[in-house]
Design a protein around this ligand. Structure first.
Ligand code: NAP
Length: 471
């Protein structure tokens, strides 16, 4: 075989490494495997189990959203697809090594860290990121050992995106509402003892600017033992917000306002718990002697033209006593050695998915898709079009021969490398066995699955005593 044969042929298949196995990773794999050239896709994932945010981020009581996994499982069956779980690119294998083994790399590694509030007291015990809590109740291996003190009466969630709504809902639901979901058992047990009765979700802007979507917010009005509470005065809008809502394309905020109005018009709350939706307030300080005892908020008003309104402090302060705080103000991507990073946006520097140098020139063979490309926005399905666009750019570079066409070994060289470095690689067949074992252990509890949260547990499930899992 000529080492520089036409790329994308049977003799010289286009070898692509995808880093990350969440939605954008699987949609990139799908687009590649459906494309015309002969392609081989090797997907690398830091965790042993695939599916990223669908497994570890989507709320356990939203099983419909997890059905995307069925689509990903079909993609994984493709004969030209291989999965390498528990292999961290940038640690177990370098980006340079992967560039030598594959023609192209598509980074689909999401936004793995949180934005910071940068206020005094942010790191006090009792103040957590939503990421930690979401990871904990979803059995994410990194967060399984986190502890949340649920013994106080008042919890605060800062931010008004859909993650904040998820956190509020999990804190608000009864155990009966959660026990038949795939919530991690350690979280269910802890939540069973929760003393939290008031949950305050705080938005820095007004109700017309809240980022949550109507389907999600509506659910807060349908809980067994928690009433949503909205102060009708908070729904009085300035002319700029009225103008935003007059734009019929602004669908979700219009529906949000309808739902918030029904909350505001409900009779006095009678249920055991209350979820307060509060607007126009920014956190300025978390206070407490050795843990969070209160949150100081600044009252805001809005300034700016419609759709560009920002929160400005009025000078008035509000003090809210609370024992637990979750900061849910959005995510950020994490830089990786060898890849230019856009610090302002928290994404890999890129143009249409092509990773770029600071001068704007594309780095040959390096691509990105999903949240590490565009930032943490959109729903699961948004990532399909995003990944398709990146793959289109990649294939056009193949066509234009701006990618080195020399034949590459792909994972045939990476797998032995991982083995030599004592990395326990989990292949897709291993995942299928783990998946079956999780489903089996969930059944007696009436749960769709009980996740394994430790590699050791997964290895036991695979009935393995050796270090490596063969492909
Ligand atoms: P998000 O939608 O961007 O919401 C972030 C929230 O934090 C906004 O309310 C934002 O207010 C606020 N915020 C940011 N900086 C702040 C600061 N310094 N002080 C106070 N508040 C601040 O982020 P997310 O909730 O993490 O969600 C990420 C993505 O995942 C979104 O696209 C979301 O729709 C999606 N998601 C979807 C679902 C679902 O479909 N069920 C579930 C979970 C997540 P401003 O608007 O003023 O910036």
């Amino acid at each position: 075989m000529s080492r520089s044969a036409e790329l994308g042929t049977q003799h010289n298949p286009l070898r692509v490494a995808i880093i990350g196995s969440g939605p954008s990773g699987f949609y990139a794999a799908e687009a590649l495997l459906k494309s015309a050239p002969a392609v081989s896709v090797d997907m690398f994932e830091r965790l042993p189990a695939p599916f990223g945010l669908v497994r570890n981020g989507v709320a356990p009581d939203h099983p419909k959203l997890k059905e995307a996994i069925f689509v990903y499982a079909k993609i994984a069956e493709h004969p030209q697809f291989s999965f390498f779980g528990n292999a961290t690119i940038g640690h177990d294998v370098t980006v340079a090594e992967l560039r030598a083994s594959h023609h192209a790399l598509v980074f689909c590694c999401g936004a793995e860290t949180d934005r910071k509030l940068d206020i005094p007291g942010e790191e006090l015990p009792g103040s957590h990121t939503a990421t930690e809590f979401v990871g904990w109740y979803n059995g994410h291996p990194d967060y399984r050992n986190r502890e949340f003190d649920l013994s106080s009466k008042v919890a605060v969630v800062i931010g008004q995106g859909n993650v904040a709504v998820d956190v509020c809902r999990i804190l608000s639901k009864t155990i009966d509402e959660l026990k038949h979901t795939d919530i991690a058992q350690h979280a269910l047990d802890a939540l069973a003892d929760s003393k939290i009765r008031e949950i305050h979700m705080i938005g820095r802007r007004g109700p017309a600017q809240a980022k949550f979507t109507h389907v999600e917010i509506r659910e807060l009005g349908e809980l067994a033992d928690c009433d949503p509470v909205v102060n009708p005065d908070d729904l009085k809008l300035n002319p700029e917000s009225e103008a935003e809502l007059a734009d019929k394309r602004n669908r979700s905020p219009i529906k949000n306002m309808e739902i918030l109005s029904t909350f505001a018009n409900r009779p006095a709350p009678t249920k055991r718990k209350r979820c307060y939706l509060r607007f126009l307030a920014s956190p300025v300080e978390l206070q407490g002697s050795d843990r969070v005892e209160r949150l100081v908020l600044a009252r805001n008003h809005l300034e700016g033209e419609p759709f560009k309104q920002i929160a400005r402090e009025t000078g008035e302060k509000i003090v809210l006593d609370c024992g637990l705080v979750f900061r849910s103000i959005g995510y950020r991507g994490v830089p990786m050695l060898g890849l230019p990073f856009d610090e302002r946006r928290g994404v890999f520097s890129n143009r249409d998915g092509r990773v770029t140098e600071p001068d704007g020139s594309a780095l040959p063979g390096l691509y990105c898709a999903g949240w590490i490309k565009r930032g943490p926005s959109g729903i699961i399905g948004t990532n399909r079009a995003d990944s398709v666009a990146t793959v289109k750019a990649l294939l056009s570079d193949v066509e234009r021969k701006s990618i080195d066409t020399t034949a590459r070994p792909g994972a045939d060289i990476i797998y032995p490398m991982l083995k030599a470095r004592s990395v326990r690689v989990f292949g897709y067949p291993d995942w299928l066995k783990i998946d079956a074992a999780e489903i089996e252990r969930g059944a007696p509890l009436g749960k769709p699955r009980e996740k394994f949260t430790l590699i050791e547990e997964m290895l036991v499930a695979l009935k393995m005593n050796r270090r490596f899992v063969d492909r």
